[in-house]
Design a protein around this ligand. Structure first.
Ligand code: GLU
Length: 441
């Protein structure tokens, strides 16, 4: 790495990677990419009650899924570790002694408190600008606890010690930490350490303006991993949560974002989270997937839904999937959309049954069966001609035959182009499925 810029992502392992954390990690990663700097991953696990190992793994998995690699940290190594706060006890002790020598701490009922300098603290934030915090009054800013009576450390202390020790040049994190920053600045000064640059990223809000919490829809990265989203699409969407290229483009390659990304260009207003927009963007990426990747991901999605593709010829699977391309936005939509190709035992859509499996349609569907049975070369063009000729013969609109036929062979009212899907299913399956449907009338 050529530059001296060192940034870090410092999650507390809460069990999953939150979308806000993922965006903080992404912005740090982008800044490191833009400047040729180093990204450190540090696990802030001073809360001993949690199972760090497993919870940290959820964070690595989420970051890796998004393609956000780190240069130093767990599973990457580095000279300034350990990268788990739970393993840095002696370092914290040394720093506590520094404060004791400088007469900046005192004991208070077993806890250790840090004596604030009674002054105004100015934070020049790369995003939020120049902010003054008045810390002159002990009433509003009482001296802060840095170690609890049980010996455990308070976040502010260990966070600052680690940033000093890990030579962090830029602290890029969520705006919820802005109000902590004057406390941190006081610690830096007490240690005689140079201040890093601070950049606080505005919050992510729900559409209704409320602050996004753990339980909100789309808050966990697992929603996207399990829901059949593409990592590059989700990462693209996260870029737009507080940053944008000047020209209003929404779909933008990550390499280009890395080139354009500057802290000063991060928006100052809160970002509004819109899962539908993320899903829409995903659809744009799905549309442009290479055939091979599309087929791989489609196969995975179907197999995950319990469909055994091994029973079907590769040509059949490929032709079936071809008719689904561009028709869905996320891969979890594929099994309900195209699953009928791989199962004869599907349920019929209830609304469709009420509308189309009605007595007047029974003879019509029988006629369609007859017409299809007579088609020698079972391809889309011939099937279309046969169905249309039958509609003319019966004196009904084409739709009067199309809808019950589609429901009979797919179980659904919507799906891929009817004549193409009939061709792919083939004559035997189509006739058998019409027979099965006829028995439901
Ligand atoms: N562990 C803190 C958090 O997850 C880190 C804050 C920071 O980045 O300084 O909020």
């Amino acid at each position: 790495m050529s530059s001296d810029i060192r940034v870090r992502f410092a999650p507390s392992p809460t069990g999953f990677l939150h979308i806000g954390g993922a965006r903080t990690a992404l912005f740090n990663w982008l800044y490191a990419k833009h400047t040729g700097g180093t990204l450190v991953l540090r696990v802030e696990d001073t809360d001993r009650a949690r199972n760090t190992e497993e919870a940290a793994r959820a964070i690595y998995d989420g970051l890796r899924w998004l393609g956000l690699d780190w240069d130093e940290g767990p599973e990457a190594g580095g000279d300034l570790g350990p990268y788990f706060q739970s393993e840095r006890e002696t370092i914290y002790q040394t720093y506590l002694e520094k404060l004791r020598d400088a007469d900046r701490i005192y004991d208070d009922a077993g806890a250790v408190r840090f004596r604030f300098a009674r002054e105004k603290v100015v934070v020049d934030d790369e995003i939020c600008g120049h902010i003054e915090f008045d810390m002159t009054s002990p009433e509003t800013n009482p001296d802060m606890t840095i170690r609890r009576p049980d010996g455990s450390w308070i976040f502010h202390f260990v966070n600052v010690v680690d940033d000093i020790e890990m030579k962090i040049s830029h602290v890029i994190r969520g705006e919820d930490h802005l109000s902590n920053t004057p406390k941190h600045v006081q610690l830096y000064r007490a240690f005689g350490a140079p201040l890093p640059r601070f950049a606080h990223i505005p919050l992510i809000l729900n559409k209704d303006g409320s602050k996004m919490s753990k339980r909100d829809q789309g808050a966990s990265i697992n929603t996207y991993i399990d829901g059949g989203y593409l990592p590059e699409a989700v990462r693209n969407y996260l870029c737009l949560l507080g940053w944008s290229p000047k020209d209003n483009r929404e779909k933008i390659e990550i390499e280009e974002v890395g080139r354009l990304f500057e802290l000063g260009k991060i928006h100052r207003k809160n970002a509004s989270f819109d899962l539908d927009k993320c899903t829409w963007l995903n659809g744009e990426y799905v549309r442009e997937l290479s055939d091979d990747r599309f087929h791989d991901l489609a196969r995975q999605a179907l197999e995950k839904a319990g469909i055994d593709l091994g029973k079907f010829s590769p040509d059949y699977v490929r032709a079936a999937l071809e008719t689904c391309k561009g028709k869905f936005k996320i891969f979890s939509e594929l099994p309900p959309y195209g699953g009928f190709y791989f199962s004869d035992e599907f349920e019929y859509n209830a609304e469709g049954v009420a509308k189309h499996f009605v007595s007047e349609n029974k003879p019509r569907l029988l006629s369609v069966r007859e017409a299809f049975a007579a088609v020698e070369n079972f391809d889309a063009a011939n099937l279309e001609a046969a169905l249309k000729a039958m509609a003319a013969q019966l004196g009904v609109k084409v739709g009067a035959l199309v809808h019950p036929t589609r429901l009979a062979v797919t179980g659904s009212n919507a799906g891929p182009s009817l004549y193409h899907l009939l061709e792919i299913l083939g004559k035997d399956k189509v006739l058998a499925r019409i027979d099965r449907a006829l028995s439901k009338f």
